[in-house]
Ligand binder design. Structure first.
Ligand code: PGA
Length: 254
């Protein structure tokens, strides 16, 4: 088993305003979550302050879903890394495929966001992954290589990579454990190339795309899969907890 701890992160997307987020977190805090797994939740911006208060005494990490690359300025609708850090947010997702496909995010802008977040001591979950067209066209590994190239210069200690094949997000269609492992092993090689061997051993690579309690164990059981970035199944306390427990069983060698 690798020395990397499992991480299970919930990407709530545009779900759960303050009331629902608070109720969800009160429920999650009632669960006896295993110590062996790192857990992060990423509510929408509006719910972050309430979540920060509820989670302040817990070991559940709090993340944003995006972050701007400037500290302040004329960027209507954006939120900066210092603003997130000020209220106790410790993590941020960057480069999610929905940001890339609906909001014009590119490898370069994602990298700028990631660098700035790390400068403010936030940990970054950097998302990448190929579309169905790219997979069917046989260019998956070219795409992953291009996307991973911009990780150069990032701080490996504050970096998590999330491999999310776009065709598996919200579709109910999951990559097979073998497909996930193949992509993760490839990405670990790219991390070694851009950040060095030590970073490649330490950086966690999460799988994302229709992870559910029923498939988490077989995906997380792959040697280069260090947990998951969970969308739909993170919106329910029971299913999110079940996924965390699946990771804990693997960590315990069960
Ligand atoms: P999903 O979303 O689990 O609903 O497929 C994953 C993600 O987009 O991060």
């Amino acid at each position: 088993m690798s020395a990397r701890r499992y991480l299970v992160a919930g990407n709530w997307k545009m779900h759960m305003g303050v009331g629902e987020a608070s109720a969800f977190l009160e429920g999650l805090l009632q669960e006896e979550l295993p110590d062996a797994v790192d857990v992060v939740v990423c509510p929408p911006y509006i719910s972050l302050p309430a979540a920060a208060m509820l989670l302040s005494a817990s070991r559940i990490g709090l993340g944003a879903q995006n972050v701007h690359w400037e500290a302040s300025g004329a960027f209507t609708g954006e939120i900066s890394a210092p603003m997130l850090a000020e209220i106790g947010v410790g993590w941020t997702i960057v480069g999610h495929s929905e940001r890339r496909s609906y909001f014009g995010e590119t490898d370069e802008t994602a990298a700028r966001r990631a660098r700035r977040a790390q400068e403010e001591e936030l940990r970054v979950i950097f998302c990448l992954g190929e579309t169905l067209e790219e997979r069917d066209g046989g260019v998956t590994f070219e795409v992953l290589e291009r996307q991973a190239a911009v990780l150069e210069g990032l701080d490996a200690e504050r970096l998590v990579v999330a491999y999310e094949p776009v065709w598996a997000i919200g579709t109910g269609r999951t990559a097979s454990p073998a497909q996930a492992q193949e992509a993760h092993a490839f990405l670990r090689g790219r991390i070694a190339a851009v950040l060095g061997e030590e970073a490649a051993r330490a950086v966690r690579i999460l799988y994302g795309g229709s992870v559910k309690p029923g498939n988490a164990a077989e995906l997380f059981g792959q040697p280069d899969v260090d947990g998951g970035l969970i969308g739909g199944a993170s919106l329910d306390v029971q299913s999110f907890s079940a996924i965390i427990r699946a990771a804990a069983h693997l960590a315990a060698g069960e």
